[in-house]
Each structure stands twice: as C-alpha cells, then as structure tokens.
Write a protein that binds this ligand. Sequence first.
Ligand code: PMP
Length: 425
Amino acid sequence: MAAATAATPHSLLLQRPSPSAPRAAAAAAASSIRLPARAARICCAAVAAPSASAAVSAAGDRGIYNFAAGPATLPLSVLKKAQEELVDYRGSGMSIMEMSHRGKEFDAAIKKAEADLRALLAVPDTHEVLFLQGGATTQFAAVPLNLCADPSVPADFVVSGSWSDKAFKEAKKYSAASVAWSGKDGKYTALPPFDAIKQNPEARFLHICSNETIHGVEFKDYPEPKNKSGILVADMSSNFCSKPVDVSRFGVIYAGAQKNVGPSGVTIAIIRKDLIGNAQPITPVMLDYKTHADNASLYNTPPCFAIYICGLVFEDLLAQGGLAEVEKKNAHKAGILYDTIDASSGYYVCPVDKSVRSLMNVPFTLAKGGDFEKQFIAEAAKEGMVQLKGHRSVGGVRASIYNAMPLSGVEKLVAFMKDFQARNP
Ligand code: PMP
C-alpha cells in the first residue's frame, strides 16, 4: 500500500493516493476534517510502529471494538476500500453517490453485488434477489401483501422474540395471521421442538425470525412448512450471511443489511420466483415484489451507496473462503464468550437455552444486579469496548459479534469480564 512509505498523519489518512494530486489532496483534507479524534489515535500508534499500513491493520479495530446490534461494525478493509473510492469511483471522477443509478458504473456494481451474494449463499435460479428499501420492518407488511390473496388468508407465525412479534402484529393487518408457537411465557429464551409448532395446513406461509437480535435466540435448523404451498418465510436480518443456508427451503428470506452485510438503507429479499406477481390489489407499488423483480431492483432510485458497500462486504466474505469458513469463525468467537459466561459460577448469566444460543447476539446479565451492569458497561467503554448495553426493552448487557467483529475483540471482552469479576467478587 502506498501509505506504507511514511508514517505521517497524512500518509495514514490517505491510504492510496489517486494519481491526480488535487483529488488526493481533497480526499486527505476531507478525511482529516471528519475524523480528528480517531485519526489522532491511529497516527500515534503508527509513529511507534514499523510501518503505517502495518500499524493500521494490526490495530484492526480503530482503537475501539464496537459491539452494537446494528448498524454494526463493518470490516475495516471494506471501509478503507470505500474511503479510497469515495471521491473518485474507479476513475470516473465522481463518487458512486453522485452518479446515475442507470449508468454503467452502478449497473456493474449492483450486478456484481447480486452475483457475489448468489455465489455466497448458492442462491438457486428458482429465486430472485432483490435490493429493497424500508428496512426489514417494511417486509413485515410486504410479505403478507405479496403472499396472501386477501386479508382473510391465514398465515402462521412462530413468535420467538420481539422481532417476530412485530412481524406477526403487522401481518395481522394484511392476513389472518395467527401465532403457531410463542416463547413469550418463557421470556423468549427458547425455541420449540418443531412438532410443537401448531401449523395450520390452510396457512399460506409459516414465518420465523431466524435470529432474534434482542433475545439472542437463533434457529439452528428450520421447521418444514406444513402448509399446502410449502412456504417458509424467514426474517434473517441479524444472521444473514453468517453461515450457509439452504435457500431452496425458503419461499422468502429478507434481511436489513445493517448487521452483517452493510450500512442501513438497503434490505435484501430472496424470493421464490413463483411467489412473485400475486400481490393484493391494495399493495403499494414499492411493496410489490413484482415491481422490483421486473426492474432488476432499479424501479426507482435505489440506495446506491448502501448497495455498493454490501457488494464490497460480499467480496470480502468470498475472499475469506465463503460462508462455511465465516461460520467457523463465528462459532469460535461465540464459543469463547458463552464459555466465559458459563464458567463464571453464575456471576454472568445468559438465560437462553444452550441449544439455541445465537452466534450473533449474546445477551447476559450480572447476577449482582443493574448497578453492576452499568459499571460493567461504563468500564468496558473506557477500555474501548462500546455499545454493550442490552436493548432498552430487556436491559442487561448484549454483545453483538457479527461477522466483522474480530476474534481479538471477543478475546478482549472475555479478558475484561474475568478481570471485572475478580475485582468485584
Ligand atoms: N428484524 C430483526 C431480526 C431485526 O434485528 C431488526 C432490526 N434490529 C428488524 C427486523 C427491523 O429492521 P429495520 O430497522 O431494518 O426495519
């Protein structure tokens, strides 16, 4: 990398200077204006390090480990690539944010993003891949609007936490949605044996949330839909692309990007093609899957920058060896965190049934109570581990450890947990 030549603040901020000096200078100026505090930290590290680029990649975490549930940490390599390309996208003289979504550059970017996602998840030709807007929340309405001919059509929901509960409540407006199983009485800490899901054979679809981001409950396998159309729908927002999935088992998969694959603003939907084109007449044009399938996700102006970043993340996941490799890393990271909780003699408590503990979101409490949780979160932040507060609806601590959370971040967290316990017995 060009920045390896000198460990000065500017060389660090300006990773790959463009051949055009004025543009490079503008990029450097923009970077240093936007990131004064962090830039200063990175620069200090670089002064003592053998080379600037080595220092940046060895830090790997910008001095902070971000355990946010979403928007969440992204791979540093992706952010740096986006930084390099931000002002002048691949020699076009424009940012990808500034160019037509119908021009050749963006066309290539969205096609490559789709192709790479198809490769990652081995999406079969029977399924369409769409880049949509409105977040996963909009899909809570879009799914019944597209799949149910009218609001009297039944649909089954497994309610395993806050997100599937929200999906169920929204679906009630556009279908005769009912709860086929609820984990509410058990405070959303378990999943049912599949034969305990009371499926209605007349239901149009069975809906699950594959990973409950707030409660930390994750499906390790998926129930067979017993409805006539064989449609299983999954909200995969918080474990999308964290492991291989047999897409052919699903009628619809949808996911907001902002946990594992990109920034907020784009929602990815993977839909069995035969399910497209039957939306209820009241369906807004933007919620009709056919609108987007017929227009290759370019019916209106798409979230171009978000799609571009997703494309960079997909490239990165492929370069890591694909989702089987990514899953191994995720299992290892989650394993050391759960082991630390379980070995703490009850000091830390994760209420989730061991067989369905999420590899992505690890909620836990401190048996000593809320004041200690506050102290834990505040001290962790001082150590550079941020956004560990549990969701406002459940409290406690939650460590979200998506694909882009490095192993070193989890190792630092578990070392801190052990130290905190030792200091506050
Ligand atoms: N489903 C799940 C599992 C989520 O975690 C979230 C967001 N945290 C949503 C749906 C809602 O997503 P959005 O904010 O993109 O509408």
